[in-house]
Design a protein around this ligand. Structure first.
Ligand code: GRF
Length: 193
């Protein structure tokens, strides 16, 4: 199966997916990385691994729909079966999101449905949670919503800051996302319904 990854920044989850997909027995191929930030650090990693990249700023488009059309064309050009969002910080138009339902995954650093949106690690600390983690889920038009594919848990430790908690969660993200994608492309997990 052909998979594209959408990023906006660091791209450590993208890198984990690329690394995993380089194993001969991995069931998916990463065929392109798209960024809405022209200078996203993750783009260099992708290029170094011989993966086609496209960087297009959303700021050059008058509407969400117009920008999403460019993403859609790019994905079509790569002949993509599945899309992984990995730190992609743009909200989609409903039409684009709907079109990709069942073929688009996201990772979020909380135990969804807890702590959607920005700074989920700080949200977990503020809530006094004793555990946190990450969730890989199907993307639906609502932000950080959609059926769960896989979760991993970590403890919240005494003295944690948002940064130390984020770091502990990130270690799990890098294992969980490649695992979840493999299960999806193997057909072991399907979008419900
Ligand atoms: C990760 O914590 C991911 O779960 C969230 O944004 C962060 C992106 O980090 N959606 P990276 O770009 O993958 O390093």
């Amino acid at each position: 199966k052909r998979v594209a990854i959408l990023i906006s920044g660091r791209g450590s989850n993208m890198a984990a997916l690329i690394d995993a997909a380089e194993a001969p027995d991995y069931p998916a191929e990463i065929v392109g990385v798209f960024s809405n930030k022209l200078d996203a650090p993750g783009l260099d990693f992708a290029r170094d691994h011989g993966i086609p990249t496209a960087a297009v700023s959303h700021k050059d488009f008058a509407s969400r729909e117009a920008f999403d059309a460019v993403i859609d064309e790019t994905l079509a050009g790569w002949n993509v079966d599945y899309v992984c969002l990995a730190g992609f910080m743009r909200i989609f138009s409903a039409g684009f999101a709907q079109k990709w339902v069942g073929r688009m995954l996201n990772i979020h650093p909380s135990l969804l449905p807890l702590h959607k949106g920005l700074k989920p690690q700080q949200q977990a600390l503020d809530a006094g949670d004793v555990e946190s983690g990450c969730t890989v889920h199907w993307v639906i038009p609502d932000l950080d919503d959609g059926p769960t594919i896989l979760q991993a848990r970590v403890p919240v430790e005494l003295g944690d800051t948002a940064d130390t908690l984020a770091e502990r969660i990130l270690v799990e993200e890098h294992k969980t996302y490649p695992r979840a994608l493999a299960m999806v492309v193997r057909g072991e997990i399907r979008f419900p319904g």
